[in-house]
Design a protein around this ligand. Structure first.
Ligand SMILES: NC(=O)c1ccc[n+]([C@@H]2O[C@H](COP(=O)([O-])OP(=O)(O)OC[C@H]3O[C@@H](n4cnc5c(N)ncnc54)[C@H](O)[C@@H]3O)[C@@H](O)[C@H]2O)c1
Length: 364
């Protein structure tokens, strides 16, 4: 099976079965002066991939750091531990960090790369569907603080991204759904044809069928890039990618980021709420709501908010969101839907607590 290539302004993305085969070749081009390589490896990713990677990088001096991927470990302490070991081993700016794991490892490795001696080479090898269709694109890196998620970070691009679909074969369905939430989000906000295609092919993606997966991953990366390349630092356009994420955030806060509800599930519910709010505000038609609902129902995707939050708790959680780094005044920004592939513009729908109260009373 051929390896697909996507070219961004600054680096290439390799997508497909066996995309790791081109790792060494690309490295010679983009990191020609690299001597030492630190591999930050998610402990849950099968070790056979590590052996493959090690084999293809046999000419380099390798240092392996195994990390248990959890939000609790995505912090400055773990970052500092790894940085100290790199310093001890005299890593310099022409050396390289490779992150192999889901979004947590990607964000952590990218963050370390961006601050170590003001920036050394970074390569991302995402191993979850979410990381492959979302977090590996757009250059956001970061760690959590006791004040909240992803509050410490940077914008920093990798030298290359390798998306190998074989990783997904060991990923639990729940994690596949998590990545799928971002895939359908990309279709809803940007691409009618892709949405039509998802109406027919979602099941194949969730069953991890290579052909459909590769189409969905490639399309998703293209859509995310179309926003991030125009607005790298999230000043405006990129905020459209937050579609569904405002309510998702409220749900995650209420559930204390517990395993009961993972991020993708919260996004699925949040998007469904956003679609209903859009209908309530007379922005989109009932037909648009129904088309989205049908995909949810056919694939048993979560949309029932009441299971996870009570009416009075929604407002409490929403209040927290005023402190979110994406909201710069007392009102909360919402991206709503006018039609499939057409959202409202960032900043055009900002609601205060009273207005949100009204929406919640009407819809829940
Ligand atoms: N930088 C960005 O733009 C961006 C965007 C979205 C999300 N994120 C961040 O991404 C993180 C979530 O990423 P995620 O959903 O990939 O979570 P994750 O990294 O925690 O991975 C999910 C689970 O899957 C396991 N796993 C990873 N690869 C596996 C494989 N191939 N087989 C079996 N198990 C595997 C992990 O160990 C973990 O238990 C969050 O911290 C979020 O803040 C960042």
């Amino acid at each position: 099976m051929k390896v697909n290539r996507l070219k961004t302004k600054n680096y290439k993305i390799f997508i497909g079965k066996n995309s790791l085969k081109v790792l060494n070749n690309e490295l010679k081009k983009v990191c020609s002066r690299t001597n030492k390589i630190a591999i930050i490896y998610d402990k849950r990713v099968p070790k056979k991939f590590l052996s493959k990677i090690k084999k293809s990088l046999s000419k380099h001096k390798l240092f392996i750091f195994f990390v248990t991927s959890s939000e609790k470990n995505k912090n400055l302490f773990v970052a500092n531990n790894i940085i100290s070991k790199l310093l001890k081993n005299n890593f310099n700016r022409s050396d390289l960090i490779i992150g192999v794991g889901g979004g947590i490892i990607g964000d952590l490795s990218g963050f370390i790369s961006s601050i170590y001696k003001r920036g050394l080479n970074f390569i991302n090898i995402p191993t979850t569907l979410l990381a492959q269709v979302d977090s590996c694109i757009g250059g956001k890196t970061g760690v959590n603080s006791s004040y909240g998620k992803n509050l410490i970070g940077s914008f920093y691009n990798p030298k290359a991204v390798f998306i190998e679909t074989e990783f997904l074969k060991t990923l639990p369905r729940r994690e596949m759904v998590c990545g799928y939430a971002e895939i359908i989000k990309h279709a809803i906000i940007k691409d009618k044809n892709f949405f039509n295609w998802l109406e027919k092919n979602t099941e194949k993606i969730l069953k991890c069928e290579d052909h459909s997966l590769i189409i969905a991953i490639k399309k998703s990366c293209e859509i995310k890039l179309s926003f991030t390349e125009k607005d790298f630092k999230e000043k405006n356009l990129r905020m459209k990618l937050n579609f569904g994420h405002t309510f998702a955030h409220a749900l995650e806060i209420k559930n204390k980021y517990s395993k009961k509800l993972n991020h993708g599930e919260a996004v699925l519910i949040g998007m469904y709420i956003a679609v209903r709010v859009s209908k309530f505000k007379k922005l989109c038609s009932e037909n648009t709501v129904m088309r989205i609902k049908r995909i949810y129902d056919k694939n048993q995707l979560l949309k029932n908010v009441k299971k996870f939050i009570r009416k009075n708790e929604i407002l409490k959680s929403v209040k927290f969101m005023k402190n979110d780094k994406k909201n710069n005044d007392d009102k909360i920004n919402f991206i709503l839907l006018r039609n499939i592939a057409k959202t409202t513009e960032p900043g055009n729908y900002k609601f205060n607590i009273g207005q949100i109260n009204q929406i919640v009373n009407k819809l829940f």
